[in-house]
Design a protein around this ligand. Structure first.
Ligand code: GDP
Ligand code: MG
Length: 456
């Protein structure tokens, strides 16, 4: 997947502007890539439509080349659909805040109940768990174990308290269910209120497939406890079935947020896009393992990168956008076109821009087509940058624009002024001459590849 996209973008990178046929062929590749990531077909269609519209529209970001523009559009669109900003739990004004979990069996609800409780407890909340999955006696036991690991109390129906409990345990049938999960959920919330717990998390039953009776049960529990949040829990590995499942739960129970589980697996996360797009509900949390701490707030931007599998490029673009002052880039481009010589002021500006972008070495490694500049700047590390800056600042304006005129006595003065050895000034001048030569070569080669100001 990633290879194919990378090829597409490499192809685009070599062109000066985006044409309709560029967009069309890119869209075709993105389509395949998304289907590979198990995004549902209708979602893929909608998504590619939105990307096409934006890519062909007037919205052109001058600081980026065509390939980067398409990456950015694809990424922005993904992040938008995935929910933009992360949404937080809507806590009730009158505690306890009631959080109900719903989803297919095996999706990770019970595990999540423990994680969520642990996470909330860690932030100073006083959660309680309620075992309202009475389909199988084991489900109650499982939640009790989970609660113990999280160090959080569990409200569960007791043997003998609930009709059918003993019978269910004895028969181990696990199919009929026992007791009244709606009553247990209600009592659990009441118990939490009585104990002045500020959050109560209600675990519910699920089936392996969408099931009318169970959906009704979940809906009845919802009505009985009037939760502040209903979290739909879905396994990231569910693939193409994500849309149908999410749709059924939205119609059957309705939910306020989504939790994506098993992201520690190799699922690409296409389900996230499908669910978010189909239901319009935000994905709030991600579950990344079986342990009680393997849980995090969902980050739409990270998921977008995961779906596209090109995090480095995206990070680079963001950093580049931040670092580049438009005017500076324009000026650099103008000079380039006007065949004015590359001066020490330009050199300084470029280094400052690169420095602003973060770690120099990793930057050079990430930057597509940065190889040419690499030799000229490679020797610079962050510490050395300060010395170079000091040297350039010790030059007169004339020297900065006429580096060839910097003779021995000028070099000695610059070295004194910046507190370095003359040999360092010599090395800098040598490196600068290399960069200048390279700029001339590139200009002869026609056009200006890559980002303005950063010869690509
Ligand atoms: P429920 O039927 O919805 O309550 O699902 P469970 O919480 O019982 O989880 C089903 C299985 O998935 C269990 O074996 C869990 O240990 C496992 N599981 C749950 N969440 C995750 C996760 O994020 N990553 C992994 N690898 N396993 C998980
Ligand atoms: Mg369960």
């Amino acid at each position: 997947l990633s290879d194919r996209l990378t090829d597409t973008f490499r192809h685009l990178r070599s062109k000066g502007r985006i044409t309709e046929s560029d967009v069309n062929s890119t869209i075709r590749d993105i389509r395949v890539a998304l289907l590979d990531a198990d995004v549902a077909l209708p979602v893929v269609r909608h998504f590619t439509g939105a990307v096409r519209e934006r890519a062909l529209g007037a919205e052109v970001h001058e600081a980026l080349n065509p390939a980067q523009q398409v990456v950015k559009i694809v990424n922005d669109e993904l992040v938008t659909i995935l929910g933009g900003e992360t949404r937080r739990i809507a806590f009730a004004k009158q505690p306890p805040t009631v959080i109900m979990l719903a989803g297919l069996q095996g999706s990770g609800k019970t595990t999540l109940a423990g994680k969520l409780a642990y996470w909330l407890k860690d932030q100073g909340h006083t959660p309680m768990l309620v075992a309202a999955d009475l389909q199988r006696p084991n489900a109650v036991t499982q939640l009790q174990v989970v609660g113990e690991r999280a160090g959080v109390p569990v409200y569960a129906p007791e043997r003998g308290n609930v009709s059918g409990y003993d019978a269910a345990i004895e028969s181990r049938s696990g199919t009929q269910g026992f007791g009244d999960p709606i009553a247990v959920a209600r009592q659990g919330v009441e118990e939490a209120r009585r104990q002045q717990r500020d959050v109560v998390i209600v675990d519910t039953a699920g089936r392996l497939a969408i099931d009318e009776a169970l959906m009704r049960q979940a809906s009845d529990i919802r009505t009985a406890i009037d939760p502040d949040e209903v979290l739909f829990v879905i396994d990231a590995m569910i693939g193409q079935a994500a849309v149908e499942t999410a749709d059924a739960f939205q119609r059957g129970v309705d939910f306020t947020g989504v939790v994506l589980t098993k992201l520690d697996g190799d699922a690409r996360g296409g389900a996230a896009l499908s669910v978010a797009q189909t239901t319009g509900r935000p994905i709030m949390f991600a579950s990344t393992g079986e342990g009680v701490k393997e849980f995090e707030v969902f980050h739409p931007d990270r998921m977008a990168s995961r779906i596209l599998d090109m995090g480095d490029v995206l990070t680079l673009i963001e950093q580049a956008e931040r670092a580049f002052d438009r005017r500076q880039a324009d000026e650099m481009a103008r000079k380039f076109m006007a065949e004015e010589d590359f001066t020490f002021d330009d050199f300084l500006q470029q280094m400052a821009a690169i420095k602003k972008m973060g770690n120099l070495k990793s930057m050079l490694g990430m930057m597509p087509g940065m190889n040419q500049m690499r030799d000229a700047i490679n020797a610079l590390d962050e510490r050395e940058f300060d010395r170079v800056e000091a040297m350039v600042r010790s030059m007169t304006p004339f020297e900065r624009t006429h580096p060839k005129q910097i003779n021995g006595s000028r070099r000695a003065r610059i070295a004194r002024g910046s507190g370095v050895q003359v040999s360092e000034v010599n090395a800098l001048l040598e490196r600068f001459t290399e960069a200048q030569k390279m700029m001339r070569q590139m200009r002869r080669g026609g056009g200006m590849p890559g980002m303005p100001g950063l010869p690509g």
